[in-house]
Design a protein around this ligand. Structure first.
Ligand code: NDP
Length: 268
């Protein structure tokens, strides 16, 4: 891949919003690295997107499985990209799950993929993101703090909150669900919601730190989208949902630390 073109890496790019985000980024002239927890899926996606764009060199597949919940896999992928001399101008943390039901396992797994996944991927790939780089956390309006217990809202918006502090809150939720006390501690009975609340908080606390390196980070809600996750009754096409993500991915230098839908700021 040439170095004068901006390179974007998208997680969970084998289907849904991740795949369409990758497609639109290629259309905008980015070179795109697609990743998937199944490396063969990533290869097939890269081949299809490159053929459709009639641009053979525009999409590469990460050759390793990229399960964002697997710390070893993420570290190995980071190491491989480093060895290959990759530069990642844009990181789109898209991979996510919305599991049926609510219990300790659902809470643990959802937080692991939707919150700790983007955190560990960003930490692993940060050395490859240059000044002027852009990080997008694909979040959800479900992560909005309005309607959340006031005490909990105060903890997630505390000015002194740190990255470790957000991670501790996420772990606390998982422990409270396992101990059967999440309601009395003010948590909603939705692991997906808490995972996106925590992801949004991560964006807020990380932005000032990353700004010192001239890297921006924003959260994006794609809207309710007709994917496997959103279902056939959702109000938005995958093209429209991904366009919301791509707008934030194409930003350079500003703004940072915000939450956006369709390029407009929305409430935390
Ligand atoms: P899909 O279920 O269609 O696709 C999810 C993608 O994430 C798949 O590529 C899947 O890979 C991947 N994925 C799941 N778990 C992991 C993991 N552990 N490691 C790596 N990849 C993983 O969902 P959407 O495209 O709809 O959602 C994409 C993002 O958008 C999510 O973060 C979601 O929360 C967010 N979002 C979606 C909305 C909607 O209405 N659809 C609304 C608001 C936000 P695999 O094929 O291997 O399972």
């Amino acid at each position: 891949m040439s170095t004068d073109v901006r390179t974007a890496l998208v997680t969970g790019a084998n289907r849904g919003l991740g795949r369409e985000t990758a497609r639109q980024l290629v259309e905008r002239g980015f070179q795109v690295i697609v990743t998937s927890r199944n490396a063969a899926d990533a290869r097939a996606t890269a081949a299809t997107l490159a053929a459709a764009a009639k641009a053979p060199g525009s999409v590469a597949a990460l050759s390793l499985p990229f399960d964002v919940a697997d710390a070893d896999a993420v570290a190995a992928a980071g190491e491989l990209l480093r060895e290959e001399g990759a530069k990642i101008d844009v990181l789109v943390n898209n991979a996510g799950i919305a599991m049926d039901g609510f219990n300790a396992d659902v809470a643990r797994r959802t937080i692991e993929v939707n919150f700790f996944g983007p955190l560990r991927v960003t930490e692993a790939l940060l050395p490859l993101i240059p000044a002027g780089g852009t990080i997008v956390m694909v979040s959800s309006g479900m992560g909005e703090l309005s309607g959340v217990d006031a005490g909990l809202r105060a903890r997630f918006t505390a000015p002194a909150l740190t990255r470790n502090g957000v991670a501790a809150l996420a772990r606390e939720f998982v422990a409270d669900v396992a101990a059967g006390r999440h309601r009395e501690r003010g948590w909603p009975s939705s692991a997906y919601r808490v995972s996106k609340i925590a992801l949004n908080a991560l964006v807020r606390v990380w932005a000032p730190e990353l700004a010192a390196r001239r890297i921006i980070i924003n959260a994006v809600c794609p809207g309710w989208v007709r994917t496997d996750m959103g279902g056939p009754g959702a109000s938005r096409s995958v093209e429209k949902g991904a366009a919301s993500i791509v707008r934030a991915a194409a930003l350079v230098n500003e703004p940072t630390g915000g939450f956006f839908r369709d390029g407009h700021r929305i409430d935390w």
